[in-house]
Design a protein around this ligand. Structure first.
Ligand code: MSP
Length: 510
């Protein structure tokens, strides 16, 4: 049965150009979307840009531009990046679009109708950089300036404001976290959220009157909606909200929102509470990944070490970058980006292990079998070790990806690649041509079977290169999903001459 799956990235602020942190979440979401499609699921993958609020308004002012013209320009960089990263997103949402403003108004009206909103006065600390309110006990002070835990300076804000009755949802949220243990991952973030909610939730200020760049509050145009209420709503806007008869509404609730660790609070506390209060279902899961440092340092404009993903793709190629981002660091932990680490992964795992295995196998088939795929052969005791690794490989990798353990899934697949390299060395098919051509053909066919399996399963991670490998393996375009693996390729299939899949990087130059 076809199942629906819905994955999202955060919508990115358009105050600045995209960096490698943005590329990270986007690539991870793309891998999930592609993996699910390979399983035959019906998938909706959403990304986009977050364009309202004080932070973006200020960035536009600093650039001497009208906010709409400014957001048009920067949003386009993010849209271009989806192409550069080979993302297979089904939609790209901008919060300045009319469909989104309509969804925000509808959600607001629903909350108001249910008496979840009231007018009051906000007085407290606000960090424009995080677009977040903080309690006094969360702040630290240096040189007379108060800072949020994120390091962003806060300012005292006092203005009329609408409030959302968040405090009322405290017990419901705690209950929800308890019954749906998979809702927040990884575990460390789940604990952090639970202890924050346990410490007591205040009602949340959800409108501002001190600036204009936002979605106007219905019937109260002097107020604009709090940018996080506006931003979070994007996930249902794109699914058709408020039209719950829309074709895409079947995708809601989302399977998983992928976010960075800094924005878990918004996704795992405010968002399910807003939705529940409006009579809508909360998302099934929020996964918070860690942050990248660059060569050991925090990535920041002032340090001048912000990494442009477009430059990385140009330098190393897209697929090696995608592989590196998801292989190097456990998803959920912080990690360090270094060119040396990237070059090591690229050279050792992609070029040497996988690239060479493919090249050796396919060159031998070219040379010794006239470029024709040998027939399937029985599995002899010498082949069993390798084939045992294929049993339940898909289910294992599928389970790891359902847990967003991208690095483990890659390790599981590369265990097979390494075993196949040991196998080719031990079986030495090049030496069998004269002595035992039947066995040579069997070994090459077995290696082809393993390569096809590996290439099929790696497509979500490295779509272009794995498609090239599947071309070289003679696998028809319509036989590249998981189901198709059940049907062996016919003996005698003509294989094109192989060409190298990966280019090695000089470590010194890295
Ligand atoms: N606009 C909000 C999200 C709204 S979602 C309804 C936002 N935007 S952001 O552009 O500032 O950040 C987007 C994502 O980039 C966040 O998930 C954040 O964690 C991530 N990253 C920012 N710097 C990062 C690193 N150095 N490393 C990894 N991810 C990083 O927040």
């Amino acid at each position: 049965m076809t199942e629906t799956r819905y994955v999202t990235t955060p919508i990115y602020y358009v105050n600045d150009k995209p960096h490698v942190g943005h590329a990270y979440t986007s690539v991870a979401a793309d891998v999930l979307a592609r993996w699910w499609r390979l399983q035959g699921h019906e998938v909706f993958f959403l990304t986009g840009t977050d364009e309202h609020g004080q932070k973006v308004e200020k960035a536009a002012r600093d650039a001497g531009m009208d906010p709409q013209a400014f957001t048009d320009r920067v949003s386009q960089h993010f849209r271009d990046l989806t192409g550069t990263l080979g993302l297979s997103n089904d939609d790209f949402i901008r919060t300045t679009e009319s469909r989104h403003k309509a969804a925000c108004s509808a959600l607001w009206e629903e909350l108001a109708k249910r008496d979840e909103i009231y007018l009051g006065h906000y007085e407290g600390w606000y960090a424009v950089r995080d677009e977040a309110f903080y309690g006094p006990d969360e702040l630290t002070e240096r040189d007379g300036v108060k800072y949020a835990p994120s390091g962003a300076p806060v300012e005292w804000v006092r203005e009329p404001s609408y409030f959302f009755r968040l405090s009322k949802w405290q017990n419901w949220l705690l209950d929800y976290y308890n019954t749906k243990v998979e809702f927040i991952a990884p575990e460390s973030r789940r604990n952090e959220v639970i202890s924050f909610v346990k410490s007591g939730l205040q009602d949340l200020s959800i409108s501002r009157t001190s600036f204009r760049w936002g979605v106007p509050v219905p019937g109260e145009p002097s107020h604009v909606m709090y940018v996080w209420l506006d931003a979070l709503t994007n996930y249902i806007t794109a699914a058709g909200y408020p039209d719950t008869m829309a074709e895409r509404w079947k995708f809601w609730p989302a399977s998983v929102h992928l976010v960075g660790k800094d924005i878990v609070r918004f996704h795992a506390i405010y968002w399910p509470a807003f939705l529940k209060a409006a009579g809508l279902e909360p998302p099934k899961r929020v996964f918070a990944h860690g942050w990248w440092t660059i060569e050991g340092q925090k990535m920041s404009k002032s340090l001048g070490n912000v990494i442009d993903p477009v430059a990385l793709v140009a330098e190393y190629g897209l697929d090696p970058l995608r592989y590196f981002l998801l292989r190097e660091v456990p998803f959920g932990s912080d990690g360090d980006f270094s060119r040396k680490a990237l070059a090591n992964r690229l050279n050792g795992e992609l070029a040497d292990a996988l690239g060479n295995l493919a090249n050796r196998t396919l060159s031998l088939i070219q040379r010794n079998c006239e470029g024709k795929l040998p027939a399937e052969a029985t599995i002899s005791p010498a082949d069993e070790g390798l084939f045992n690794l294929l049993i339940s490989l898909q289910a294992t990798v599928g389970g790891e990806l359902s847990d967003q353990k991208f690095h483990v899934a890659l390790e599981t697949i590369f265990r097979v690649v390494r075993a196949a390299n040991v196998y080719i060395t031990e079986q030495a098919p090049w030496a069998l041509k004269k002595t035992d051509p039947v066995r040579m053909a069997a070994v090459l066919r077995h290696l082809h079977t393993v390569l096809r399996r590996v290439a099929t399963m790696l497509q979500p991670f490295m779509p272009t290169t794995m498609n090239a490998l599947l071309d070289q393996l003679g696998v028809p375009k319509d036989a590249r999903d998981i189901m198709a693996l059940r049907t062996p390729l016919p003996a005698g299939t003509t294989l094109p001459p192989p060409s190298p899949l990966f280019r090695k990087i000089e470590i010194e130059a890295a």
